[in-house]
Design a protein around this ligand. Structure first.
Ligand code: FEO
Ligand code: CA
Ligand code: CA
Length: 681
C-alpha cells in the first residue's frame, strides 16, 4: 500500500488562474538555448564536492566538468515479491533497520514489539525516508549516515497495536513516548568491512537521535518572534521536535537538511483557528493523527510533553497554552552530523509548508546560493530561496558548520514559481513589497516577513503562483545545471480545477517530472516536461513518453542526481495499472545525454526511452525513497519504507519464505556490485 493514503486533502482553495487550454506540451522539446552556466561556473561547482564531504576534494568523483556517465546495466523486469530486485552482478544489504540500537542505552530489537520508549529513543526510528552519507575518510569506507524517519506504523511498533480507544483516546504513556521517539532523524556511523558489507558502529560518539521531542533552535525571520512564544520557550527561540521528516537535503558545508512534511496532522485546534491554520489544514475536530494530545494532564506527563500537541487557545495568552506550538513546525531543519551534541536549527527563512525536500542549485563563487523546496499537497506550489550572502568556496571547509547555515540560510528572498505557457516561468517574491494579483503588495496583507513565512502558502496564493500536481523531490543536474522536480500525481485535477501548462493532464494518476533552467535574472526561468509516468499499455493520451514494460512507472517521488549526471527516480505509487506489474522502484537515466537531432536537450520519447532503465525494485508493500551514494560511487544507500513482510535476512534480495509472517522493518538498503565496482556504469 502506498503512503498515498496519508496524503492530505486539498487545502488550497485560492482562485489563482488556471489555464483551460491544454497546450501541446506533450512532446515539447526545448528549443530554447540554455544560458547562465558557463564552463567556469561548472568547474567551480565540481571543485569542492557535491557529496557534502568536507574531508577532501578528492572525494568528489571527478566533478561536473567530466562527461556524462553512460548507463551499463540492463533494465530489470518489475517484481512483486517480499525481496528487493537488483541487476545481475549487484548485491543489496539490509543496513540499520528500524529498532537497531545506536548506543548502549537500548536493548536489542525484539520481534514481539515489546521494546519500550527508552529503547526507541536510542535506536533507529521507523519508516526511513531521505538520507545522506557524510564521509569520514577519503576512501569513503567510513562515514556518517543521516536518515529521516517519516512516520510510524503503530501495528508494527507496538506488541498488539495501538492502545487507542474508539474515541481516539490514548492511555499508555510509554506507547506515546515510543511513537514520538520513532519519529525524527538518526545519525549513525557506518563502516565498510572487508567482506563488502557495511556495519553500524554501535555506540559511536557521533551516533544520535533527533526525535519528535528533541529541543531545537529557531533561526531566521521567525526567531524570537511573538508567533513562536510558548510556555516552554517564552522568548520564541526554540521548538520541541521535528516531525514527518520526509525528503532531505544537504549543504555545501557538510550539514544535513531534514524536511518537515505532513506536520499539520500532529496538532489539533478545537477552538478558534487562525487564517494560517485554515490554509494549511490543521485538524479542528476529533483527535490529531495519533492522538498524542489526548494524554494531556496525565499524572506522568513531563513538561507538557503531550499537552503541547493541542494548540487550542484556552488561556489568557500564548504563555498560558500551546496555541503557538505548531508554529515551530513546517520548516527545513539543519543538523551538523560531524559535531556530537550539536543542536538542530530550524531555518525559517526557507518557508513554512509541507516541505518535501531541499536541494541547493548550481554553486558559483560570488553568487547567492539557491535552495529549492516543493510543497507536497495537491495544487500546492514550488518554492526557491535565494541567499543574501554570496558563496565563498572556503566556507565548504568551515569547522563551525551551523555558522555557515546562519550565513547562507537565515537571510535571503523566498520565491514561489509561476509556470507560464510556452515554457517560460517566473519566480514571484514573497516579501512585503512582493506584488499581489490584485495590484497591491503582500504588505497590504501581512505586517512582517515573519507573518508571511508563517503562512507561506497563503502568501503564495496572493501573488498568483501555479498550482502543481504535488511537488515532491527536486534534483539539480551537475552537468547542465537544470533543475528537475517530481510531480507525483493529482487525481483531483478535473474539469472544474482545469489544467495548466505545467500540469497538463486531467486526473493525473501517474505523475510527471518537470525541469527548468534558471534565467539571467533571479526571477526568470524556462521549463519543459522531461517525462510523464504511465503504464506501458496506456493509450496515446496517457503514455506520452512512450514507456515500455522495462521502464513503466507511476508517481515519481524521490529524485536525485549523482555527480556523474545520473538521475535516479524513485516511486511511491498506488495506481493499479502499474502496481499490477511491479512494486515501487528506482529508475536511472542520464538526462544530459538525451538530445534531439539538432543537439538540443530532449525529453523522454518513444525513440530514446531505452535510456530510461529500471535499476531496482522494492519488496511488497514498500515505498522506495531516499538516495545517497558513496564518493567513489561503489555503494548506494536507499530507504525501504513501510515494507509489508520484509526483511527476512541481512540479504535484502532474499525473499521472505511463503507463509512466514514477519514484523516488518523499514531499513536502509546498501547496494553494491559484487566486484566492488562503480554502480550504474
Ligand atoms: Fe513524504 Fe511527499 O512524501
Ligand atoms: Ca516522498
Ligand atoms: Ca509520495
Amino acid at each position: 500500500m502506498s503512503k498515498e493514503i496519508f496524503n492530505p486533502t486539498r487545502f488550497n482553495k485560492s482562485n489563482n488562474p488556471t489555464f483551460d487550454e491544454v497546450l501541446d506540451v506533450r512532446m515539447s522539446r526545448r528549443k530554447i538555448l540554455k544560458g547562465g552556466l558557463g564552463l567556469s561556473a561548472m568547474a567551480t561547482f565540481g571543485a569542492f564536492g557535491l557529496a557534502g564531504c568536507n574531508s577532501s576534494s578528492s572525494t568528489t568523483g571527478g566533478g561536473a566538468a567530466a562527461p556524462s556517465a553512460s548507463l551499463n546495466f540492463n533494465s530489470i523486469a518489475g517484481s512483486k515479491i517480499d525481496a528487493v530486485s537488483v541487476p545481475e552482478g549487484y548485491t543489496a544489504q539490509v543496513l540499520a533497520p528500524w529498532g537497531q540500537p545506536i548506543n548502549a542505552m537500548a536493548e536489542a530489537w525484539k520481534d514481539d514489539g515489546t521494546n519500550d520508549a527508552v529503547d526507541q529513543n536510542n535506536s533507529m526510528g521507523m519508516h526511513h525516508d531521505g538520507l545522506h552519507f557524510f564521509p569520514l575518510n577519503d576512501a569513503g569506507t567510513d562515514g556518517l549516515l543521516a536518515v529521516n524517519h517519516e512516520y510510524i506504523d503503530q501495528n508494527a511498533l507496538h506488541q498488539n497495536g495501538s492502545d487507542r480507544d474508539d474515541a481516539g483516546i490514548r492511555s499508555s504513556v510509554d506507547q506515546v513516548r515510543k511513537e514520538i521517539a520513532a519519529h525524527g532523524v538518526s545519525v549513525i556511523r557506518i563502516q565498510l568491512q572487508e567482506d563488502g558489507q557495511w556495519m553500524m558502529v554501535e555506540s559511536d560518539p557521533l551516533n544520535r537521535r533527533y526525535t519528535g521531542a528533541t529541543v531545537m533552535d529557531i533561526s531566521g525571520p521567525l526567531a524570537n518572534s511573538s508567533l513562536l512564544v510558548t510556555p516552554f520557550s517564552p522568548d520564541g527561540s526554540q521548538a520541541r521536535g521535528t516531525l514527518n521528516n520526509c525528503g532531505n537535503g544537504y549543504t555545501p558545508w557538510g550539514t544535513y537538511l531534514t524536511c518537515e512534511e505532513n506536520w499539520p496532522g500532529y496538532f489539533i485546534n478545537l477552538g478558534t483557528t487562525t487564517a494560517e491554520q485554515d490554509r494549511i489544514g490543521l485538524d479542528t475536530s476529533g483527535t490529531a493523527r495519533y492522538g498524542w494530545e489526548t494524554l494531556a494532564g496525565h499524572a506522568d506527563e513531563r513538561v507538557d510533553e503531550f499537552s503541547r500537541f493541542n494548540v487550542t487557545p484556552s488561556g489568557a495568552s500564548a504563555m498560558d497554552d500551546y496555541r503557538n506550538e505548531a508554529n515551530g513546525h513546517g520548516y527545513i531543519v539543519e543538523i551538523d552530523p560531524y559535531t556530537a551534541n550539536s543542536r538542530a536549527v530550524k531555518r525559517t527563512a526557507l518557508g513554512r509548508f509541507r516541505h518535501e525536500g531541499c536541494t541547493f542549485g548550481t554553486l558559483e563563487v560570488g553568487k547567492p546560493i539557491v535552495f529549492y523546496s516543493g510543497h507536497d499537497s495537491r495544487f500546492e506550489y514550488m518554492y526557491k530561496f535565494v541567499s543574501t550572502a554570496v558563496w565563498d568556496a572556503a566556507d565548504a571547509e568551515a569547522s563551525d558548520r551551523l555558522a555557515m547555515g546562519d550565513k547562507y540560510m537565515d537571510e535571503g528572498t523566498l520565491y514561489v514559481a509561476k509556470f507560464d505557457a510556452d515554457g517560460v516561468g517566473h519566480w514571484l517574491p514573497l516579501t512585503l513589497d512582493g506584488a499581489t494579483t490584485d495590484g497591491g503588495t503582500l504588505g497590504d496583507h501581512f505586517d512582517s516577513l515573519a507573518a508571511i513565512i508563517l503562512n507561506t502558502a497563503g502568501a503564495a496564493d496572493l501573488v498568483g503562483a501555479t498550482q502543481m500536481d504535488r511537488p515532491e523531490w527536486c534534483a539539480v543536474d551537475p552537468i547542465t545545471g537544470s533543475v528537475y522536480l517530481t510531480l507525483t500525481n493529482n487525481t483531483r485535477r478535473d474539469e472544474t480545477t482545469g489544467t495548466n501548462p505545467a500540469n497538463p493532464r486531467l486526473n493525473n494518476k501517474f505523475g510527471h517530472v518537470i525541469r527548468w533552467d534558471e534565467g539571467e535574472a533571479a526571477t526568470d526561468f524556462t521549463w519543459d516536461i522531461f517525462v510523464f509516468g504511465s503504464p506501458a499499455d496506456g493509450d496515446e493520451a496517457t503514455n506520452l513518453s512512450g514507456l515500455s514494460e522495462f521502464n513503466q512507472f507511476a508517481s515519481p517521488d524521490g529524485l536525485a542526481f549523482d555527480n556523474r549526471g545520473i538521475l535516479w527516480i524513485q516511486t511511491d505509487n498506488g495506481a493499479d495499472e502499474v502496481t499490477s506489474y511491479t512494486n515501487d522502484q528506482m529508475l536511472a537515466v542520464v538526462p544530459s545525454a538525451i538530445k534531439d537531432a539538432d543537439g538540443n536537450a530532449d525529453t523522454i520519447n518513444s525513440e530514446n526511452q531505452g535510456e530510461l532503465r529500471r535499476f531496482f525494485v522494492g519488496p511488497n508493500g514498500c515505498e522506495v525513497t531516499g538516495f545517497t551514494i558513496s564518493p567513489d560511487y561503489t555503494t548506494m544507500f536507499v530507504s525501504i519504507q513501510h515494507p509489508g513482510n520484509w526483511p527476512y535476512s541481512n540479504n535484502a534480495a532474499e525473499e521472505t519464505p511463503v507463509g512466514m509472517d514477519l514484523r516488518p522493518r523499514a531499513s536502509v538498503v546498501a547496494i553494491r556490485k559484487a566486484d566492488g565496482g562503480e554502480l550504474g556504469v
